[in-house]
Design a binder for this molecule. Structure first.
Ligand code: XMP
Length: 513
């Protein structure tokens, strides 16, 4: 494993992902972890991440004591580079001028990291402090106009530092730099592949569950689907999946779960049709948070009833609950283990105390893109593996106004057209999410044929994003927008106007409610 020492939000996760793209397993650890504990994980290499602090600030995170004596090849990035320089006797200076964004480094000595690479390279920088003198024993390998030590290394001791961010795409040769560090500098081998990941996960699940039984809630989303498929491979018919059809899914999605997923995996599926129950509970409700609470509450009740039925009907014990928890959730909740880590917004997160299950979380070391690759490896249908994120409350929070059957029908039709045209234009994977929203309480005047109409607007909300924390409105080609607009107004009754949301997040959110 490669340990990525986290000195600040956001940087570490991207580095960890890039290391895995080099087919080397990586794990994020806090910078407060003692060096001995790190060493116990038998790391082949250590990477010190960037971070927002200055080494001179009071309480600035430092490298764990003794880290540079444990004999593990180490790469410092940005703040990590400065921490390394300071700890080993170099000098870190404050600068009047910050360097944010694109810059160019001049490679002064190729050394190990830059061997065989161009002498000038575009890189991404984000710093104010800089290393003004490298520690003794180090060679300076790169510089920019404002940063005298943009790269340094002490090959003998296995220490490497770069001021720029090799993990971001704007750094031209960033991946090459990382690869050179991992393979040449640390002797890692590219052995972490999807086949190995699947095999190992299946072994682990078997060891954990033994001959007991497990249940898993399917939402139609990629995480629960891949988790269920893995567990199915591991324990076969000892697993039962529960799919609650709350009537708030998009066109074709219940069928994807009930037919395609079952066909691809052979899983035992227990379907609960709870459409009426959800619609009754939502009748007349317009407040977004109240909608969420109602949907969440009903979901738990229905799931619980189904679980009790399954538990009650089985001779063997049902001891395990499968969850599609991903690595970012684990990292963000402090990296602990067990029940404390259930996502707060997860649909089956709030199961009552008297239904006690031990969690099986086979995806807890994986990032989203890795889960998709694993889903493909397991032979799941592309519609499921490449499905965009979809909120648990579903179309319930994409109808602005009260939710009812007719409105759901209208929205489902409009949404299906938008998705179809996006796919036809080959843009599925570029768009993070494409909410289609019905303004059910708004009417506007239109003209269709020879007659005046008084219908509802549909809002298109295509966005690009990395992680849903921030987002930008997607610049869909006019022809695609035009096609969607024409088709929706022609084919969907009650809709006579289509508008596009051009707000970024912040200040807007991705969803309208
Ligand atoms: P916003 O609208 O806050 O959404 O920008 C950020 C991401 O979260 C999804 N989302 C939800 N997911 N339950 C969920 O499981 C919810 O109540 C919920 N609300 C928003 C949204 O689709 C986007 O990906």
């Amino acid at each position: 494993t490669v340990l990525v020492v986290d000195f600040g939000a956001q940087y570490a996760q991207l580095i960890a992902r890039r290391v895995r793209e080099c087919h080397v397993f990586s794990e994020i650890v806090p910078s407060t972890m003692p060096a001995a504990e790190m060493l116990a994980k038998k790391p082949k290499a250590i990477i010190l991440s960037g971070g927002p602090a200055s080494v001179y600030e009071e309480g600035a995170p430092a490298a764990p004591e003794g880290l540079f004596e444990i004999g593990v090849p180490t790469l410092g990035i940005c703040y990590g580079h400065q921490v390394m320089a300071q700890a080993l006797g170099g000098v870190v200076a404050n600068s009047e001028v910050a360097e944010y964004g694109g810059a160019e480094i001049a490679v002064t000595t190729p050394g190990m990291l830059f061997e065989g690479m161009p002498a000038r390279q575009a890189v991404w920088m984000s710093h104010r402090d800089f290393v003004s003198a490298a520690p003794e024993g180090f060679t300076v390998t790169a510089a920019t106009d404002v940063t005298p030590v943009a790269g340094m290394e002490d090959r003998e001791r296995g220490f490497y530092g770069v001021q720029f961010h090799p993990e971001v795409l704007h750094t031209e040769h960033g991946m090459e730099v990382l690869r050179r560090f991992l393979y040449e500098g640390a002797g890692c081998r590219p052995a972490w592949t999807m086949v190995n990941i699947a095999d190992e996960a299946i072994e682990e699940i078997r060891a954990q569950v033994g001959d007991k039984r497990a249940i898993c809630g399917l939402s139609g989303g990629v995480d629960s689907a891949v988790a269920a498929a893995l567990v199915q491979r591991a324990i076969g018919s000892q697993l039962t999946c529960v799919f609650v059809d709350h009537g708030l899914l998009r066109k074709g999605e219940p069928e994807q779960v009930e037919k395609d997923f079952v066909a691809a995996t052979g899983v035992n599926l227990h379907v609960v049709n709870a459409q009426d129950r959800f619609l009754d509970a939502l009748e007349g409700v317009t407040d977004p948070e109240t909608k969420r609470k109602i949907i969440g509450r009903e979901f738990i009740r229905v799931f619980e009833e189904a679980a009790r039925e399954i538990v009650g009907s089985s001779a063997e014990e049902v001891e395990f609950l499968v969850q599609g928890t991903l690595y970012p959730d684990v990292v963000e909740s402090g990296g602990g283990t067990g029940a404390a880590n259930i996502k707060s917004h997860h649909n089956v997160g709030g199961l009552p105390e008297d239904l006690q299950f031990t969690l099986v979380e086979p995806l807890r070391t994986l990032f989203k893109d890795e889960v998709r690759a694993l889903g493909e490896q397991l032979g799941l249908p592309a519609e499921i593996v490449w499905r965009q994120p979809f909120p648990g409350p579903g179309l319930g929070i994409r109808i602005i106004g009260a939710v009812n059957r007719e409105r759901l029908e209208i929205l489902r039709d409009a949404d299906a057209i938008a998705r179809e045209e996006l796919t036809r234009a080959g843009l599925d994977r570029e768009i993070w999410q494409f909410p289609v929203v019905l303004l059910a309480d708004v009417r506007s005047v239109g003209v269709q044929g020879d007659g005046r109409t008084y219908g509802h607007p549909i809002v298109l909300r295509p966005v690009t994003s990395e992680d849903a924390m921030t987002a930008d409105w997607a610049r869909l080609p006019y022809e695609v927008l035009s096609k969607i607009s024409t088709r929706i107004t022609n084919e969907v009754r009650e809709v006579n106007r289509v508008v596009v949301d051009v707000t970024s997040k912040p200040p807007g959110t991705i969803e309208w409610e």
